[in-house]
Design a protein around this ligand. Structure first.
Ligand code: TRP
Length: 331
């Protein structure tokens, strides 16, 4: 059975982009693999969340995870900071990582542009901590989106380097895993190509948005003035409406609006109404479970506690092995 590890940074509520990106793959994988899914709260410190938001965000992500279908009976679901062994592994790995290679990472350069006044060492070390997350459980597969591929490549580099230096095939070289063609790209409602909360809250549909909120956001989505001649390529904003529809509506519905578009008869108001209804229907079971779980705080604490116990078991074993391989011995 393959070992799978993946995490999500708790920056707020999970949205449809997270669902169709990582989460849906997690839900499928938990049945056939030994899975470790964690909430990367150490990683979120690289952007300095307010202390009172930290716990709330972690809790909300855990609730969204379970409501969306992650099953604590099947997968090990835990909070990263409950398993501090990851810090030791990160430290030990970092001794064989070069500052230059970290400075060249695309996500680091992007952060330097975005938060020039907060280029902290944690940010530079982000890929090492992420590698530690994965190697901690000696994972084979890591379900992540395209934006994480460079990080994963580095994980393999660090693992291989460790194996080489200590002349042991200890770490496996984990590969990125996605469901290829089944991967649905979720754009924003504001015409942007990726649904993301950092750019614009209103462009983002959260799993926990109430039906009225979903409707309002969808009805306000950006479109254009409509095609004037057959075969006219779609603007990004309209392409986005179609992509969202493909994710939540039936193929017949998508085809109907596609035909309307091609005939230059499309009414975006009608399309958005349909999209809002289908999205609300799609999200309804998740939304209801979220409301239910929010009132069951004992259950949520229990899931976190039991997940942490299972994760620590796997983590302690790896750290023990690594210490021994490196040469730490009791005097
Ligand atoms: N960097 C990932 C993201 O931003 C989150 C993450 C942290 C992660 N550690 C991980 C993903 C380990 C996969 C495996 O989405």
């Amino acid at each position: 059975m393959d070992i799978v590890a993946s995490g999500i940074r708790p920056t707020g509520f999970l949205h449809l982009g997270n669902y169709f990106g990582a989460l849906r793959n997690f839900i499928k994988m938990q049945n056939e693999n030994k899975c470790f899914f964690f909430i990367a709260d150490y990683h979120s410190l690289t952007t300095h969340p307010h202390p009172s938001d930290l716990q709330t965000n972690v809790r909300n992500v855990l609730i969204d995870y379970i409501a969306a279908g992650l099953d604590p009976e099947k997968a090990t679901i835990y909070v990263q900071s409950d398993v501090p062994q990851v810090c030791e592994l990160s430290l030990l790995l970092s001794m064989n990582v070069y500052v230059g290679e970290l400075q060249r990472v695309a996500s680091f350069k992007e952060k330097v542009r975005r938060q020039p006044n907060n280029v902290n060492a944690g940010l530079l070390n982000y890929p090492v901590l992420m590698a530690a997350d994965i190697l901690l459980h000696r994972a084979d597969k890591v379900p992540v989106g395209k934006d994480q591929e460079q990080h994963l490549e580095m994980t393999r580099d660090f693992a291989q380097r460790f194996n080489h230096i200590y002349q042991q095939e200890y770490f496996k070289l984990p590969v990125a895993y996605n469901f290829g063609n089944e991967l649905v790209k979720i754009p924003g409602l504001d015409g942007s190509t990726k649904m993301s909360k950092s750019d614009n809250e209103a462009s983002c549909i959260y799993l926990s948005d109430a039906p009225e909120v979903v409707r309002k956001k969808v009805m306000r989505a950006v479109s254009d003035s409509g095609p004037t001649e057959p075969g006219q390529p779609k603007s990004q904003a309209v392409e986005n409406l179609f992509l969202l529809m493909k994710a939540v509506s039936t193929p017949d519905t998508v085809q109907y609006f596609e035909d309307q578009y091609q005939a230059c008869q499309i009414r975006y108001g009608d399309m958005k109404k349909q999209l809002a209804n289908d999205m609300i229907a799609f999200l309804q079971p998740i939304y209801e479970r979220i409301l239910e779980l929010r009132s069951k705080s004992d259950y949520i604490s229990k899931v976190a506690r039991e997940g942490a116990e299972k994760a620590r078991e796997s983590a302690s074993k790896t750290v023990r092995d690594v210490r021994e391989i490196i040469g730490f011995k009791a005097l």
